[in-house]
Design a protein around this ligand. Structure first.
Ligand code: FAD
Ligand code: SF4
Length: 544
C-alpha cells in the first residue's frame, strides 16, 4: 500500500448503496474513482452460515446485525447483546436505535429492499401544509434519477395498477411485481371492507432473472441475507464500478479532512486497521458514509478554518435527525394466515400517505409484515413447557396463525434532534462514538393515537387474540436529515445537488440531505439523490 498512488479524480467515502451507485455512474463516464470503506469485504456464503448457526432467540427477535462480524476499527450497531455503539438519549431513545452495517456494500446487505418513490408533496411539505421543511428540489427534478436508480437496482413494481396517492412515473418499473404469498393475499382481502387499500410494495428484488442475478424464489430469508442474491445490495454496484476501474480500499476509516484557502477539500486521511494513516487526494470528494457516520465524520474533521466541523458554518450538521418511528403489533389470528410465503415486505396500506391532515399530524404507512413466524412460534411453544406431539402441533399452529402488523410515522425536521460526538466513549482507533438525542415530537404523538386504533381495528377484523402492541416507538433505520438540504446556506448543509454550501468540491451523498421524512422507506430516494450528485460531478469535470 505504501507505494500506491492514493489519488483519483474523485474520492468517495463509503461503499454502501449511495457511494457505490455514485462510483459506478462516474466510472461509466470514464472518471477515475477511489472508493474507501471503513469495513471489510463480506462473503455471502459465510454470512448465510453465520445466520444459520445463530441461537433461536436471536432469530425470533430479528437480530439481523450479528451475522455480520463487527471489526474493532469499524464497529457497527449490534443489539444481541446491545453494544451501545450508537448512544441514544432523550424521550424517545428507543426509536433511534438504528441498524447499520460497516463493510463493502453497506447496510443494504441486510435490508428488506422496499423501494418506494416519495410523493410530490413530500418534497414541498412546508409550502403545502405549513409544517416541516421543503426540499431544495421538486419531485420532477428527481424523477429521472428515481428511474435510473430503479433500473440499476432492479426494482419490481405493480405496472398497470393505479395506486393512490401516486408518485407519477414516465416509465414502467423495470420488472413487474411478484405475486403475493398467501398471507399478503388474505390480509388484503380482510382489510378491504374496512376501507384500507393494501397494495404491492415496489421491491429491489428480481421477479425474473435480471442483471445477472437470479429470480427471487420467495424463501423469505431477505433479512439478514438473501442466500441466492436475488435481492439488490450495494455490493453489486460496487463490483460493477470495480470492473470499470474503480479502486476499492476496504478497512479504510476516514477520520480527517484537509481544506485550502478557498475552503476546497484537498485531501482526506484514513486509518488502516493498525492505525497507520494514509492520505488520499482528488479533485472532488464525496462522503457517502450513511446518515449517522457522515455527520459524525464532518464533526470529527473540524479544522482551524472550520472549527465547528466541515460543511458546518450553518451549525446544521448532525441536526434534524429523522426516521419513521414505528408502532408494532403482533397477535394470533382466528384463521391461519401463513406468513412467510414470498419476500418479507410485499404489501402496504397507502391510504394515509398524504392529505390536508398533514398540517396537524403525521402521515402514516400501515403494513403487514410477511416475515415467517416459525422461530417465534417455536420459542413460545417451548416456553409453554410442551414436548413431543403437542409441541409440534403448537409450533405449527402458531406459525400459521401468527401476524405482525405495524404503523410507521412521518417525522418533522427538528434541529434539537441532534447527533454529536460522544465525550466519553471511543472506538478502538480512538474515534468518538456518535450520540443522538431524539424526541419524535407532538406531530407524531398525535398521529399515534389513531395509529393504535387502526391496528386494533385490523386485529379485531382478523379475530386476533394474544394481542401485543409496542408501548414505545421503534426505529426503522431510515436515517435522514443530519446534513439537510436547502437553498439558504445559513440553515442548511447541502444544496439540491448535495453539494456542501461551504465547500465547492464536496458532496454529501446520503439520506442526511432529505429535508422531510415522508412515510415510506427512504433508500430509493437516497439512491436517486446520489445519482443526481454524480451528474453534478460529471458536469463539473466536463467544464474543468
Ligand atoms: C434491517 C434493515 C432493513 C432495512 N430495510 C430497508 C428497506 O426495505 N427499504 C429501504 O428503503 N431501506 C431499508 N433500510 C435502510 C437502508 O439499508 C439504508 O437506508 C441504506 O443502506 C443507506 O445507504 P447508504 O449508502 O447511505 O449507507 P450504508 O449502506 O450504511 O453505507 C455506508 C458505508 O460507509 C462506510 N463508512 C462509514 N463511515 C466511514 C468512514 N469514516 N470511512 C470510510 N467508510 C465509512 C460504512 O462502512 C458503510 O459501508 C433497512 C435498514 C436495516 C438496518
Ligand atoms: S425471498 Fe428469498 S430469494 Fe427472494 S429476495 Fe428474499 S431471501 Fe432472496
Amino acid at each position: 500500500m505504501a507505494n500506491e498512488k492514493l489519488s483519483a479524480d474523485v474520492v468517495i467515502v463509503g461503499a454502501g448503496i449511495c457511494g457505490s451507485l455514485a462510483a459506478l455512474e462516474l466510472a461509466r463516464a470514464g472518471i477515475s474513482v477511489l472508493l474507501l470503506d471503513a469495513g471489510p469485504r463480506y462473503d455471502r456464503a459465510q454470512i448465510v452460515e453465520n445466520w444459520r448457526g445463530m441461537p433461536p432467540h436471536n432469530k425470533a427477535f430479528y437480530d439481523y446485525a450479528t451475522p455480520y462480524p463487527v471489526v474493532p476499527w469499524a464497529p457497527h450497531t449490534t443489539f444481541f447483546p446491545e453494544n451501545n455503539y450508537l448512544i441514544v438519549k432523550g424521550p424517545d431513545a428507543t426509536a433511534y436505535k438504528q441498524g447499520i452495517i460497516k463493510g463493502v456494500g453497506g447496510t443494504t446487505w441486510h435490508w428488506a429492499a422496499s423501494s418506494w418513490r416519495y410523493l410530490p408533496n413530500d418534497f414541498r411539505l412546508k409550502s403545502t401544509y405549513g409544517v416541516g421543511r421543503d426540499y431544495a428540489i421538486t419531485y420532477d427534478d428527481l424523477e429521472p434519477y428515481y428511474y435510473a436508480a430503479e433500473v440499476e437496482m432492479g426494482v419490481n413494481g405493480p405496472n398497470g395498477m393505479d395506486i393512490v396517492p401516486s408518485a407519477p412515473r414516465k416509465n414502467p418499473w423495470p420488472m413487474d411485481s411478484m405475486p403475493y404469498g398467501y398471507g399478503d393475499r388474505r390480509f388484503t382481502e380482510i382489510v378491504k371492507p374496512l376501507g384500507y387499500d393494501n397494495t404491492p410494495v415496489p421491491q429491489g428484488r428480481n421477479s425474473r432473472p435480471y442483471d445477472t442475478r437470479p429470480q427471487c424464489c420467495g424463501n423469505n430469508n431477505c433479512m439478514p441475507i438473501c442466500p441466492i442474491g436475488a435481492m439488490y445490495h450495494g455490493i453489486y454496484s460496487a463490483q460493477k464500478a470495480e470492473a470499470l476501474g474503480t479502486k476499492i480500499i476496504e478497512n479504510a476509516v476516514v477520520y480527517s479532512i484537509e481544506t485550502d484557502d478557498k475552503n476546497r477539500i484537498v485531501a482526506m486521511n484514513y486509518y488502516d486497521p493498525d492505525k497507520q494513516s494514509h492520505r488520499v487526494t482528488a479533485k472532488t470528494f464525496v462522503i457517502a458514509a450513511n446518515g449517522i457516520e457522515t455527520p459524525k465524520l464532518l464533526l470529527l474533521a473540524a479544522n482551524d478554518k472550520n472549527p465547528n466541523g466541515i460543511a458546518n458554518s450553518s451549525d446544521q450538521v448532525g441536526r434534524n435527525m429523522m426516521d419513521h418511528p414505528g408502532i408494532g403489533m403482533s397477535f394470533q389470528s382466528a384463521e391461519p394466515i401463513w406468513a412467510g410465503g414470498g419476500s418479507v415486505q410485499m404489501s402496504s396500506i397507502t391510504n394515509f400517505r398524504d392529505g390536508p391532515f398533514r398540517s396537524e399530524h403525521s402521515a402514516i404507512q400501515i403494513g403487514y409484515n410477511n416475515t415467517a413466524q416459525n422461530s417465534r412460534a417455536g420459542m413460545k411453544a417451548l416456553s409453554m413447557g410442551l414436548v413431543g406431539k403437542k409441541l409440534d402441533e403448537e409450533i405449527r399452529r402458531r406459525a400459521a396463525h401468527g401476524v405482525d402488523i405495524y404503523v410507521n410515522h412521518e417525522t418533522l425536521a427538528n434541529p434539537d434532534n441532534r447527533l454529536v460526538l460522544s465525550k466519553t466513549q471511543k472506538d478502538a482507533l480512538g474515534i468518538p462514538h456518535p450520540e443522538v438525542t431524539y424526541d419524535v415530537g407532538e406531530y407524531v404523538r398525535q398521529a399515534a393515537v389513531s395509529s393504535r386504533e387502526h391496528l386494533m381495528t385490523i386485529a379485531n377484523a382478523m379475530g386476533g387474540t394474544e394481542i401485543e402492541m409496542t408501548p414505545y416507538f421503534t426505529p426503522n433505520n431510515h436515517i435522514t436529515g443530519g446534513t439537510i438540504m436547502g437553498n439558504d446556506p445559513k440553515d442548511s448543509v447541502v444544496d439540491g445537488w448535495l453539494r456542501a454550501h461551504d465547500h465547492e468540491n464536496l458532496f454529501l451523498a446520503t439520506g442526511g440531505a432529505m429535508a422531510a421524512a415522508g412515510t415510506v422507506n427512504s433508500t430509493l430516494t437516497m439512491a436517486a439523490l446520489a445519482l443526481r450528485a454524480a451528474d453534478a460531478i460529471k458536469r463539473d469535470m466536463k467544464h474543468a
